[in-house]
Design a protein around this ligand. Structure first.
Ligand code: HEC
Ligand SMILES: [Cu+2]
Length: 363
């Protein structure tokens, strides 16, 4: 094609661009809305946040298509042909009309998105009508586990590493950190906030679906970051209240027993299960430690217990579990093994675990 034929083809090119761009936008938007981007919607907040996402897709895909279409057609239409090597391009002056159009349209789009996002933000952060009924949970991040603190019926604190939540009730999390910056995230609930040392941050959710959902740390916080994963259990309110009541009652009992309860509950403790899965409150040892007897794999963050515990006595093992900082295994990092096994495991469970480790690593 010669230079002077361009003006004759330009109208046809524009029509082609509009047709291709419109089709690609329609397909792209439908596709974007069809894809299941996120886990199930576990909270009222999740629905609203996903609606915002859909609106962003509806605007972002056509903008992307517009840019790509113009670039591709420009390459096709204005590429250099043989014989044009020494030609200058046409001398173009500014176009006020174009400038106004391409400033106004993005500005309008941005104001629509800002307006909608601001409404959603104030919606999802709003306190419930009946603020007194809101459940408050303190969340503590610590390398490398979350601890959740409730207030029992008797006003005493209840600590657990499992997050229990009542369905249909607003919950406010006050998030703290005991060491470095963590980030408290339940993907199914969509909300997420940093746990910053010395600062209390917060957000609220209203769970809408009974079930169990992963709780993760979303801020790289050290070697054990990847294992900083727990579970949130959403249950019917009656069941939740029963759990809270049972915790308030039993929390007092072991304290009265004075910790010397190893003899009180002899059988029925499955030490291997505590090692591989945890007891429901505690983090699984096997996620960091290799142990042949438990079948846990090599390559964890912690030492291979078959090797390091050979010939070690029960007292050493017990101290290693309840006070990991007392002695740091050579070649391994400090502050990685969770320091809270003394709280998350019952004394009888610790003793059973120690016996299990002594037996399993004896040569
Ligand atoms: C997040 C990872 C992680 C988890 C979970 C974990 N540990 Fe550890 N553990 C470590 C690391 C790292 C060390 C080495 C540093 C140290 O001694 O504190 C260690 C050290 C130890 C030691 C001392 C080894 C030595 O030679 O000094 C024992 C015993 C031990 N862990 C047992 C357990 C048991 C039992 C559990 C479960 C109740 C457990 N660990 C859970 C990471 C972990
Ligand atoms: Cu973390």
């Amino acid at each position: 094609m010669a230079v002077d034929s361009r003006s004759r083809t330009s109208r046809r090119t524009i029509v082609q661009m509009v047709v291709v761009g419109t089709l690609a936008s329609i397909i792209g938007v439908l596709w974007g809305l069809y894809i299941d981007w996120f886990p199930v919607q576990g909270s009222t907040q999740a629905r609203k946040i996903d609606d915002l996402w859909d609106l962003m897709i509806a605007f972002a895909v056509p903008v992307f298509v517009l840019v790509v279409t113009v670039v591709l057609f420009a390459v096709k239409e204005f590429r250099m042909r043989p014989g044009e090597e020494n030609l200058d391009g046409p001398n173009i002056h500014g176009s006020t009309k174009l400038e106004i159009v391409w400033t106004t349209i993005p500005a309008v789009i941005i104001f629509i998105l800002i307006g909608y996002a601001a409404t959603i933000l104030s919606d999802i952060e709003a306190a419930p009508a009946n603020a007194a009924q809101e459940l408050k949970v303190d969340v503590y991040g610590q390398q490398f586990a979350w601890t959740f603190k409730y207030t029992g019926a008797d006003g005493k604190p209840i600590n657990t590493t499992r997050l229990y939540l009542p369905e249909g009730q607003s919950v406010k999390f006050n998030v703290h950190s005991k060491d470095v910056i963590h980030d408290f995230w339940i993907p199914a609930m969509r909300m997420k906030i940093d746990a910053v040392p010395g600062v209390t941050t917060s957000y609220r959710i209203t769970p809408i679906r009974v079930g169990s959902y992963p709780v993760v740390c979303a801020e790289l916080c050290g070697l054990g970051h990847a294992v900083m994963r727990q579970t949130a259990y959403v249950m019917p309110p009656a069941k939740f209240n029963a759990w809270l009541a049972s915790k308030s009652a039993s929390a007092a009992a072991p304290a009265a027993g004075g910790g010397g309860s190893a003899a009180a509950a002899p059988a029925a403790i499955d030490a291997k299960a505590i090692f591989t899965k945890g007891n429901g409150e505690s983090v699984a040892c096997g996620s960091c430690h290799q142990l042949a007897a438990a079948g846990t794999p090599a390559g964890g963050i912690g030492p291979d217990l078959d090797k390091v515990l050979a010939g070690k006595d029960a007292a050493f093992i017990k101290t290693s579990i309840v006070d990991p900082q007392a002695e740091i295994a050579k070649g391994y990092p400090p502050n990685v093994m969770p320091p809270n096994f003394g709280q998350t495991l019952k004394p009888a469970e610790i003793d059973a675990l120690v016996q299990y480790l002594v037996k399993s690593t004896r040569k």
